[in-house]
Design a protein around this ligand. Structure first.
Ligand code: ADP
Ligand code: ADP
Length: 230
């Protein structure tokens, strides 16, 4: 089984609207994947399916060797530990420092205090924030806040990192700093699935591109570009 597999997945809402239509795809460990497409194409629905925040109406979904499509509620927290998540709006806890925001992700899984004290500084230095560990989110630039959120997503070593428009609130230079960090994380073996509208980033990075339109995969190619106006 590949790391992620969708088999004939359809997501249909009560009003009959289909956010995904008969989607099948495999993701192998270590891939870097862009999910692109206009607003309403189904990108968020795809990400929510992987996290089991949304359910498939039809089809099967496997993530990290587990069948997600009929997974028991009780097992969902274990699934989510396999998936680091980064959002466009960072979603940091405003009343916690940089250090505490990252440490909190380890406290949730009941990591040992000793491991927390060792690992948090290590990940903060990887993301280039070692000297800012005492600051609060509002004291950081947007790019720095996104680095904290990446550190938090990676602190428990998930095999897959899901990034939903991670550069959507950042200027181009800062976006490239974040992309360099994501590439570095990918080169260390973590699978990355990134939904984005950023044409330049997709075209320059030369990774696998899955293009969605009206809930269907219209293109899936290695070294792909954003629009590929042919
Ligand atoms: P994207 O992330 O690519 O913008 P989404 O996955 O958010 O697209 O949405 C796909 C489609 O599904 C959109 O047309 C959206 O309006 C529709 N949709 C999302 N959630 C619901 C819902 N709960 N009920 C009905 N339609 C929905
Ligand atoms: P940007 O210009 O990218 O939006 P800012 O002007 O918000 O960035 O911040 C510039 C730098 O100053 C950042 O590195 C940020 O971490 C730091 N900084 C901002 N506020 C504080 C603060 N209250 N204490 C310490 N450093 C701060």
């Amino acid at each position: 089984l590949p790391q992620i597999r969708l088999e004939g997945v359809t997501v249909r809402f009560d009003d009959g609207h289909e956010a995904l239509r008969n989607v099948s795809l495999d993701v192998q460990k270590g891939e870097f994947i862009f999910v692109v497409g206009p607003s309403g194409a189904g990108k968020s629905t795809f990400i929510k399916l992987l996290l089991k925040e949304s359910d498939a109406t039809e089809g099967k979904i496997y993530v990290c060797g587990k069948k997600v499509s009929n997974m028991h509620r009780r097992k969902v927290p274990f699934l989510r530990r396999q998936l680091g998540v980064v959002f466009q709006d960072f979603r940091l806890l405003p009343n916690k420092t940089v250090y505490e925001n990252v440490a909190f992700a380890m406290e949730i899984i009941e990591a040992k205090e000793r491991d927390i004290r060792r690992q948090v500084p290590m990940i903060l230095s990887i993301v280039g924030l070692a000297d800012k560990h005492k600051l609060y989110p509002h004291q950081l630039s947007g790019g720095e806040q996104q680095r904290v959120s990446i550190a938090r997503a990676m602190i428990n070593n998930p095999p897959v990192l899901i990034a939903d428009e991670p550069t959507g609130n950042l200027d181009p230079d800062t976006s490239w700093e974040i992309m360099k960090l994501l590439r570095q994380i990918n080169q260390r073996g973590t699978t990355i699935i990134m939904a984005t509208h950023d044409k330049t980033i997709v075209d320059v990075m030369q990774q696998r591109v899955i293009a969605l339109s009206e809930g269907k995969i219209i293109r899936d190619e290695l070294g792909g570009c954003y629009g590929c106006e042919d």
